[in-house]
Design a protein around this ligand. Structure first.
Ligand code: PEP
Ligand code: MG
Length: 753
């Protein structure tokens, strides 16, 4: 009897171990030993695929002649191993030697083995290699073994892809006998998928040193007043151009974002003093450096949080001035070709850095926050969080490859690895195929309709949502214009942002969420906003109900923007019926105020409740009776239900949407909503996790809201769901009481699809 579940778990552990230690050979050997012993096979081998030379190389074996490791090489047109990879399908033979494609390898010792099973190892579109089992007994492996081996291959794929690259790099390096810095790998969690290749730009933890030590290049050594003024006007032009670009592309969060830079440039205590110093004999380079450093001291030591936030602006500005002084004929992108490495970043810094064409971002987990990840997702910049302190020993200028698909940061990669990653980056972009085969509406295999709507963070997401056929907006997170600015945006400013949402998407379902700040979304301009336990503090609707002026201002802006169209407003973190009633009263009041001010306000939005707290789950029936719709905020629901901070890396392993309590809770909410005939939708990460989507659709959920880029993948997945089977599977899942059981059940169910 082979215990496949146990084997899959062991493989998971092995992969974890590899993540920690990166010993490639040791890892591969342990995999083949473990798999062969669990599957009671005589042979287990791993062949990795070299896509340049289009050949497979035996990299580990248990049972074949070990001296062939690294030496047994075959093309994809050769043997059954090649066939598995070429045709991307498992090969199961009672006796491998009976298959005409079988190729005997002299000296391998395989003549004594009859039964043969090979499965390709694939990671997305990339061919990673082939996993092979052999046994001396005729007809030893069956279809269950094949399924198990497929599951193992898919479990191993990501790790093997890394192993492959690391091997490529190590080989390269050992051949080179170089005295260069060693290649190393920092591991973390890819938060925004993507690949970045570029040089490190390290923002030092105390945000001060990084400006110092900037060497004066020969070209700038004799620069004086004339050169400085030229650099100044060039800097100003570049910033204006960036500002215009931001205004066009990211009007909700990007406008005026470079205003501090521009103000500084026009400040006499900054620019005036630089000029005075040059006139007194300092070189332009020294004078700029002196001024930036002295401002940095003042800013970084200030009691005022807003001033401390300007430190990075000042660093940016200083670098830009010096680069222009050195006459670097670069475009406006300070960060193009660079990967920013930092302990933490502010949302406004993130927007600025991205606007300046950064390749990717690596942040220390302790500085991680949900809004930074959300913002980075909308900005489409690859982002990796890591808690590896080696990050802090990185120096600016180090060559890096950031793979936020796999959660790795490779330092000092060789040319071959760079080339491989460039190709990988291009390959990922090719997944547009899925996009091209999209349909207007989403249905399961048997025609059951599921609505995929967009979660919008920035106005710029709307274009993508329309292109990817989102059927409306399931969630607009309204907090970003608040997070980026340096003071509360007024009603008019908000109205213009919301108007763009309605102008950008023609749908009956436009769901605007009222401000959700607090938790880890802190407005630095809000006095006394620091709290001991911010996630349990003055957050979301609680904040608005204590700050009714802000609440009414936002509601009025939303109501004005939505006139003449059906639309919906929903409230985050509702904990009771009373919360909802009070929020609804504020909407009534806002309508009254608008009418009093002479606005037409005839369109009254549907009002919805976000279920994110256990208390709201208990009250779900009552809420469903009064609200026009319900939306489950799954990110918070998991956090509050399981008592696991969604931003704390240390407990990220415990943050588990597949927890039986979560599944049962969702089902309770779904039943309550159905009983009361109240539309239910799910947003948050659960809504685009295929395994969870399978459960949700089976449990009766028909509305999902997700980042627009996820829609093609989820649509193509839903198209393959057999609804009766999914219903039955969801029922079975609700009867399970262990996370492990749910995990393996869902994995198998989804693999089967
Ligand atoms: C959620 O909690 O799932 C949700 C969508 O809200 P946010 O992630 O903005 O808290
Ligand atoms: Mg939430």
């Amino acid at each position: 009897m082979k215990d496949n579940v146990e084997l899959i778990c062991t493989i998971g552990e092995l992969s974890e171990l590899f993540r920690e230690k990166s010993d490639v050979r040791g890892f591969l050997n342990r995999v083949v030993t473990t798999v062969s012993s669990h599957m009671k096979a005589d042979v287990c081998s791993i062949y990795l695929y070299d896509e340049y030379l289009e050949r497979l190389i035996l990299e580990a074996t248990q049972g074949l002649n070990p001296s062939l490791v690294g030496k047994l090489i075959m093309g994809t047109h050769e043997g059954l191993v090649g066939l598995a990879l070429k045709e991307l399908r498992p090969i199961l033979e009672k006796n491998g030697q009976d298959n005409p494609r079988f190729k005997a390898v002299p000296g391998s010792g395989e003549e004594k083995f009859q039964a043969f099973l090979a499965v390709p190892i694939l990671q997305g579109f990339s061919r990673i290699g082939v996993l092979v089992l052999q046994h001396h007994q005729h007809d030893y492996f069956n279809r269950n073994d094949m399924m198990a081996l497929k599951a193992i291959a898919s479990q191993l794929a990501a790790t093997l892809e890394n192993a492959k690259l690391l091997m490529g790099v190590t080989q390269e390096k050992s051949e080179e006998k170089s005295d260069e810095s060693p290649v190393s790998m920092i591991r973390g969690q890819g938060v925004v998928e993507g690949i970045g290749i570029g040089r490190a730009y390290v923002i030092s933890p105390d945000r001060f040193d990084s400006f110092l030590g900037e060497e004066c290049p020969a070209e700038a050594r004799n620069a004086g007043l004339g050169e400085f003024r030229h650099a100044l006007s060039r800097t100003e032009e570049q910033l204006q151009a960036l500002e215009t670009e931001m205004d066009e592309q990211l009007s909700d969060v990007g406008s005026l974002i470079f205003s501090t830079h521009l103000l500084m440039l026009r400040d006499s205590s900054f620019t005036g003093k630089i000029e005075a110093n040059i006139q007194e004999g300092m070189s332009a380079w020294e004078a700029v450096t002196e001024r930036v450093e002295s401002f940095l001291k003042i800013f970084s030591r200030s009691e005022n949080a807003r001033l401390r936030e300007k430190v990075q602006d000042l660093q940016d500005l200083g670098h830009r001035l010096l680069r222009n002084l050195a006459g670097e004929e670069q475009d406006t992108g300070d960060y193009s070709g660079q990967i920013v490495v930092a302990r933490e970043l502010l949302p406004s810094e993130l927007v600025k850095i991205t606007a300046q064409h950064v390749e990717g971002l690596v942040l220390y987990s302790q500085g991680a926050s949900a809004h930074i990840s959300i913002l980075a997702k909308s900005l489409g910049v690859p982002l990796l969080y890591t808690d590896d302190k080696d990050l802090f020993s990185l120096v600016s200028g180090t060559m890096l490859i950031l793979d936020a698909f796999q959660g790795t940061l490779m330092t000092n990669p060789g040319p071959e690895a760079m080339e491989q990653f460039r190709r990988l980056r291009d390959d990922r972009a090719v997944s547009r195929d899925q996009e091209e085969s999209m349909e207007e509406t989403t249905r399961t295999l048997d025609g059951e309709r599921v609505y995929l709507r967009a979660t919008i963070n920035l106005i710029s997401d709307i274009k993508t949502a329309v292109r990817l056929k989102a059927e409306g907006i399931g969630l607009y997170r309204s907090e970003f214009p608040f997070l980026i600015r340096s003071s509360f945006p007024g009603e008019e400013e908000q109205y213009l942002v919301y108007k763009k949402i309605f102008d950008g998407m023609d749908s009956d379902v436009i769901t605007l969420r009222t401000l959700d700040i607090g938790g880890d979304k802190i407005l630095s301009y809000l006095p006394d906003s620091e709290e001991e336990n911010p996630f349990l503090g003055l957050r979301a609707l609680r904040f608005l109900l204590q700050n009714k002026k802000i609440f009414v201002g936002q509601l009025k802006a939303m109501l004005r923007a939505g006139q003449g169209r059906p639309f919906r407003i929903m409230f985050p973190l509702v904990s009771s019926l009373d919360d909802f009633r009070e929020a609804r009263r504020m909407v009534d009041k806002s309508v009254e105020f608008l009418k009093r001010d002479g606005y037409d306000c005839d369109t009254i939005p549907e009002l919805g409740v976000m279920i994110e707290l256990p208390s709201a789950v208990v009250m779900a029936s009552d809420l469903a009776k009064e609200a026009d719709f319900i939306s489950v905020g799954s990110n918070d629901l998991v956090q509050y239900l399981l008592g696991v901070d969604r931003t704390n890396e240390k407990v990220s392993g415990l943050y588990e949407a597949r927890h039986p309590a979560v599944l049962r809770t969702i089902s309770l909410i779904q039943e309550a909503a159905a009983r009361e005939n109240c539309p239910l939708s799910i947003c948050g990460n659960m809504a685009f996790d295929p395994e969870m989507v399978y459960f949700l659709v089976g449990a009766g959920v028909r509305n999902l809201s997700m980042p627009p880029v996820q829609i093609p993948r989820i649509q193509s997945f839903i198209k393959k769901i057999d609804i009766n089977r999914a219903r039955e599977d969801s029922r079975r899942l609700l009867g399970m009481n262990s996370l492990e059981e749910i995990h393996s059940f869902l994995e198998t169910a989804v693999n089967r699809i």
